[in-house]
Design a protein around this ligand. Structure first.
Ligand code: MRU
Length: 371
């Protein structure tokens, strides 16, 4: 997508040096645009854990490139030692963040591709091509999510005789959370590009403020009208007919349609149901957990309470961090919650839109049906 008019993805290989992976460091956004170089799997693990990169799809792509960096630095003389180092690298990456299933999915995919390739140079080549494939596929799937999801917005726009369609989104499931396009934002970008009038209510999304800092920034870069709201406003707007639909992303969706996503999503879905506002989750197939039936079993990351106690922003051109709470008040920081399938109007995937139910999902992914 565009940054100051130039096209970027969120992760790529350094031009002219294939041993370096480059990312957009998302921590200083929207105030500073910084590109970071990563040379080892440990650097990649820190970048994922400390959220230089974040969002389910991008975490998956980052894990793919992390495995490639691990292959470059693994023992080159002995295949057994090489594979052992790669397995250890996979464990390091998987331990960084537990909720987004894309991470373990990408590590599993890399290990299978590396294992299957012959000879160490062949294994390194396989790690590189698989990392690139994961990234390209992620961008392509997000673009297709946009192609499918835009029909829902078109339909609402028709019903409103071309008046503005107001869409509420939570956190950042935009292109910054993926390799390109995003999931929740892809239908919005597609609608905007087709000339439909759209306006986005952007939940600020405490404590990391992915909405206020990232979604607002990327919508602005693309010229999409939007308004940032604090997290508790959505219900009020829905009661007053100011929200036509909600679209969020997902970090892990069970094969029965329960949607794990950024903390606070569940409350938006409850308010949406109470006000007859359609609630959609948009996700690529890499975000389905094909093993998990019950959403309440999804592992929920708990992060450092200091992310709740402190806040960072721009003051006199400098990024400064200030304390919000009493010095000695502890804080709990649950990063995700689960929206039960019954509250979800539909899932927007790269293969189309389906009901949030086992039958609906398997209708789009029949190859996942258990025998
Ligand atoms: O903690 P994050 O920023 O990695 O979480 C990301 C989200 O929860 C997003 O909202 C999104 O919906 C899932 S990732 C596209």
């Amino acid at each position: 997508m565009r940054v100051h008019g130039e096209h970027y993805r969120t992760i790529w290989l350094m031009p002219g040096d294939q041993s370096v992976v480059q990312i957009i460091d998302q921590r200083p956004l929207p105030h500073h645009f910084v590109i970071e170089d990563l040379r080892t799997v440990d650097e990649m693990a820190v970048a994922i854990k400390d959220m230089h990169v974040r969002g389910a799809g991008l975490i998956g792509a980052a894990a793919g490139y992390g495995m490639y960096l691990a292959a470059l630095h693994a023992p080159q003389g002995d295949e057994k030692a090489f594979m052992k180092a790669l397995e250890a690298a996979g464990e390091t990456l998987k331990a960084t963040r537990p909720t987004a299933v894309n991470l373990e999915w990408a590590v599993r995919r890399q290990l299978a591709a590396i294992e299957a390739a012959a000879g160490i140079p062949g294994k390194i080549e396989a790690a590189l091509s698989t990392a690139q494939l994961i990234a390209d596929e992620d961008a392509d799937f997000c673009r297709r999510i946009g192609d499918h999801g835009v029909h829902i917005i078109e339909e609402i726009s028709r019903r409103k005789h071309g008046d503005v369609v107001n869409i509420l989104t939570h956190c950042n499931a935009g292109w910054l959370a993926f390799v390109d396009y995003g999931t929740a934002t892809a239908p919005i970008y597609a609608a905007h590009n087709r000339g439909l009038k759209v306006h986005v209510w952007v939940d600020e999304t405490r404590p990391r403020n992915q909405g206020a800092s990232l979604t607002a920034w990327e919508l602005g870069q693309h010229g999409v009208p939007h308004t940032v709201i604090v997290d508790n406003v959505g219900g009020h707007l829905m009661q007053h007919g100011l929200v036509d639909m909600v679209i969020t992303g997902s970090d892990r969706t069970t094969y029965t349609g329960d949607v794990g996503n950024k903390i606070g999503t569940y409350l938006k879905a409850l308010a949406a149901r109470d006000n007859n506002v359609p609630f959609y989750a948009a996700l690529p197939s890499s975000t389905f957990d094909w093993e998990q039936r019950d959403g309440l079993q999804i592992p929920i990351e708990q992060r450092d309470g200091d992310e709740v106690r402190y806040i960072t922003g721009l003051h006199d051109g400098e990024l400064v961090t200030v304390l919000l709470t009493p010095e000695d008040s502890p804080a709990a920081n649950y990063a995700f919650d689960v929206t039960p399938a019954r509250l979800v109007t539909g899932l927007i995937t790269e293969r189309g839109i389906c009901e949030a139910s086992e039958e609906g999902i398997l209708g789009l992914y029949p190859e996942k049906r258990r025998q």
